[in-house]
Ligand binder design. Sequence first.
Ligand SMILES: Cc1cc2nc3c(=O)[nH]c(=O)nc-3n(C[C@H](O)[C@H](O)[C@H](O)COP(=O)(O)O)c2cc1C
Length: 193
Amino acid sequence: MKVLIILGHPNNESYNHAIAQTCVSQIEANGHSVLFHDLYAEHFNPLLSLDTEAENTELDNQIKTHREDLMNCDGIIVIHPNWWGQPPAIIKGWLDRVLSPGVAYQFVEKDGKHVLLGLLKAKNAIVINTSNTPSEAGDNLLDSIWTDRVFKFCGINNVECKNISVIKDCDVSQRNKWLAEIKEMMNTYFGQK
Ligand SMILES: Cc1cc2nc3c(=O)[nH]c(=O)nc-3n(C[C@H](O)[C@H](O)[C@H](O)COP(=O)(O)O)c2cc1C
């Protein structure tokens, strides 16, 4: 399998980076290939501009690569901190620019109306986010953005969101425990080939 991993955190010594590294190593150890994009390290440009996204415009290589990876992967993992109850802007920009019509979804005409068709071939999507406040019942804006607005819209119905909190108060043993859980999660979704 090919697994796409998208990371959106500015500090390469962050816990988010440790999570991403755990995912990459475990998936590779299980014999699958990883398409890894650390958006800050790549200086990903998150700003959609009408000039550059217009049809027939030569796309920049970065966006071309991201779109190809997205279309060709069998599973997707997104890792980011919770910023104001949402993904960081760089991740939002990745959605805006990479999950474009014709790549991630399209509207087709049926009985005189436009009907949504999800185009992604990936079967599973996993979102791992960290926060400093405990997640509470009913406070599921992030989960709902990823599950309903993004992945189901693009044809992926099997979506798991894992919220890791409270990061501020936890010690090394708790951090290692969460990383062990993430390793197991990788084994569940992308087990030995
Ligand atoms: C701009 C910004 C906004 C944040 N908003 C929230 C928030 O709404 N809820 C929350 O629990 N934590 C919030 N945080 C805290 C981050 O979620 C926390 O620092 C991060 O998950 C820690 O991950 P790390 O150890 O990998 O840096 C925010 C942090 C920043 C910098």
